[in-house]
Ligand binder design. Structure first.
Ligand code: FES
Length: 165
């Protein structure tokens, strides 16, 4: 059975229920969002099935999905970092959080580190704009006042992760 076979099977039911309706190629983004919300990431298998369902090549689907920072292509790591990309946080940034994370953790949004310990995701407003710029490390939130502060936080996280805390 296909991982997302229910998307095809449910087409009629979905169109009469509260679930997102499938009508054509324009449904790609909402379906990708639905899969990510359900599974936590967009697998190769789900890209293939979406391609069959909507009549779009897997290359095109991957291209569209990778254009948006919010989609993950592998499961979240033990330490999952969310970077708020909402406008409230964005305007308060004085440096690139993504570039510092790439330097410190060797990954960018949508990636998981080779050792499986860290993953990063860009997200919309996390609801505390007055504290921004904001990141969340698993369920813990941090206000990032400076580049130095971010490097210190990442250093502590790496140390804790190595120690198994
Ligand atoms: S914009 Fe970042 S918390 Fe609202």
């Amino acid at each position: 059975m296909h991982e997302y076979f229910h998307l095809k099977m449910d087409k009629k039911a979905r169109n009469t229920s509260g679930k997102y309706k499938i009508s054509g190629r324009n449904d790609l983004i909402p379906l990708l969002q639905e899969i990510q919300a359900e599974k936590g990431f967009i697998s190769q298998e789900s890209i293939k099935e979406l391609g069959e369902l909507l009549g779009i090549s897997t290359t095109r689907i991957y291209g569209v999905a990778s254009f948006y920072d919010g989609f993950l292509f592998s499961p979240k790591a033990r330490v999952h970092i969310r970077i708020c990309n909402g406008s409230g946080c964005y305007v308060n940034r004085t440096f690139s959080i993504v570039d510092v994370m790439a330097e410190e953790l060797k990954i960018r949004p949508g990636d998981k580190s080779a050792d499986g310990r860290f993953s990063i995701e860009m997200v919309d407003c996390m609801g505390a704009c007055h504290l921004g710029p904001l990141i969340a490390v698993n369920d813990k939130y941090y206000t990032i006042g400076s580049e130095r502060e971010l490097r210190q936080i990442l250093g502590r996280i790496k140390k804790d992760e190595q120690a198994g805390i």
